[in-house]
Design a protein around this ligand. Structure first.
Ligand SMILES: [Mn+2]
Length: 352
């Protein structure tokens, strides 16, 4: 952010950070949560904040609407920081806590069952998504210019002057790395590299963290990818592409959503594609569509139109209906957006 407007936004954000730090100073037991199906940013931000608070002598517990993601549990110095879902312990710790911190979402529906567990607690929200119509009440630090919630947690801890126990550096590096697709997506900016550089100084090891996150696929990931690739469809003069995840194969190989990591990148990475989509059938029989776009195309609005949400370049929605019908409906909307916003785009002039 530059210029007077950016400076004002930044000083307002810093004022909120000071309020957050004041709340954290007074809290002796904090419950930390994030959105359902936590990603590297949500999970990494949780671990980092918990490690920071524990280093300062507070109790900090992670309570998530869905199980803590297996692919990121290597970040946890102690598995017991994550309270067992729906346990007596979980209810007791939430009852004893004096503050809740919600990370990487500011929306009530996204925290699912955790809503009632933290209903009685004052709340702090730290997020980088556009504001929603169902905001969580509390002290809210929302900066949509931040590449990741992890970079905001970094700013918070930096403002406090540390401490920086090793799990903080590892977890925040993973948060920033995953939300920028390994420092490649459009949210990869100067601030993001500045934060990453500081985290490396503080002990994060890029190669080891990259390999741990992106180099540990299970065979079933590739078995499923092989079948999904067979569905690859390119449309609208090569400007729109998508794949579907065959439900029968998904079930047969015993896949989980973790196994779909990177699938939507396949159609996105085809030369000339402006919007990429991945369709899959959810456990309750509805269709989840993940959308990706290249600038300036905004697929966030498309997802919102189907009751979902997300960022301009990465968004998702869950739609009811048979797969073929859902594809046709989403495709109609996407075709319009590509026609309206993609006029004059030339892939070979990306750097202009
Ligand atoms: Mn995020």
């Amino acid at each position: 952010m530059t210029g007077p407007h950016g400076d004002r936004a930044r000083s307002e954000r810093d004022r909120r950070f000071d309020q957050v730090l004041e709340r954290l100073d007074r809290a002796s037991s904090v419950v930390i949560t994030t959105h359902a199906n936590a990603d590297g940013d949500g999970a990494g931000s949780e671990v980092a904040l918990a490690a920071f608070l524990r280093e300062r002598g507070a109790d900090a517990w992670i309570v998530n609407p869905t199980p803590f993601p297996v692919s990121f549990d290597f970040l946890l110095p102690n598995r017991e920081w994550v309270l067992p879902p729906r346990s007596g312990l979980e209810a007791r710790r939430c009852g004893e806590a004096d503050l809740a911190v919600v990370l990487d979402t500011a929306q009530v529906p996204r925290i699912g069952r955790v809503k009632s567990l933290i209903r009685h607690l004052p709340k702090v929200v730290i997020d980088h998504h556009p504001p929603s119509d169902r905001p969580i009440d509390g002290i809210v630090v929302c900066d949509t210019s931040a590449c990741a919630t992890g970079s905001l947690v970094f700013e918070l801890i930096d403002r406090a002057g540390g401490p920086w126990p090793p799990p903080v550096a590892h977890a925040l590096y993973v948060a920033v790395m995953t939300d920028t697709g390994g420092f490649r997506f459009s949210n990869t900016d100067r601030d993001c590299f500045r934060v990453a550089a500081r985290l490396v100084e503080l002990g994060a090891v890029p190669e080891a963290l990259f390999r741990t996150v992106y180099g540990r696929f299970r065979v079933r990931h590739f078995e499923l990818l092989r079948e999904a690739l067979a569905t690859l469809t390119v449309h609208a003069d090569g400007r729109i592409a998508w794949m579907t995840v065959p439900k029968d194969v998904y079930d047969r190989v015993g896949a989980t959503v973790d196994d779909l990591e990177g699938f939507v990148d396949v159609p996105r990475d085809i030369d000339g594609v402006r919007v990429a989509m991945l369709f899959r059938t959810t456990a309750d029989g509805r269709i989840k569509v993940s959308l990706r776009s290249v600038p300036p195309i905004d697929v966030g609005a498309v997802a919102t139109g189907f009751g979902g949400g997300g960022h301009a370049r990465a968004a998702a929605a869950v739609v009811t209906g048979p797969l073929g019908e859902v594809i046709a409906r989403v495709l109609r909307r996407v075709e319009r957006v590509v026609d309206e916003q993609g006029a004059g785009m030339e892939r070979d002039n990306l750097l202009d």
